[in-house]
Design a protein around this ligand. Structure first.
Ligand SMILES: [Zn+2]
Length: 79
């Protein structure tokens, strides 16, 4: 039962098979696979959300442009 490493992320000891050396600002530190996976997943989700938001913004900008174009057109057509 001595093959454990202290996980700086969970602040508990995990079996060494679950541990990976992870680069941090303070250098390499032991971290468990589970916490690394969770962090990677949350980054993916954040990126997916960002892309979705960009698409929404682009669509909103396009509609605004279309609308103001139509207004301009109406003004030129109107007497
Ligand atoms: Zn951990």
């Amino acid at each position: 039962m001595s093959d454990t490493k202290f996980c700086y992320c969970c602040r508990v000891h995990h079996p060494i098979e679950q541990m990976r050396l992870f680069p941090t600002r303070q250098g390499y530190r032991w971290r468990c696979v589970r916490s690394i996976d969770a962090a990677v997943k949350s980054v993916d989700e954040r990126e997916a959300f960002g892309q979705q938001q960009t698409a929404i913004n682009r669509e909103a900008a396009r509609r605004t442009a279309e609308f103001s174009q139509r207004l301009r057109h109406l003004r030129t057509v109107a007497p």
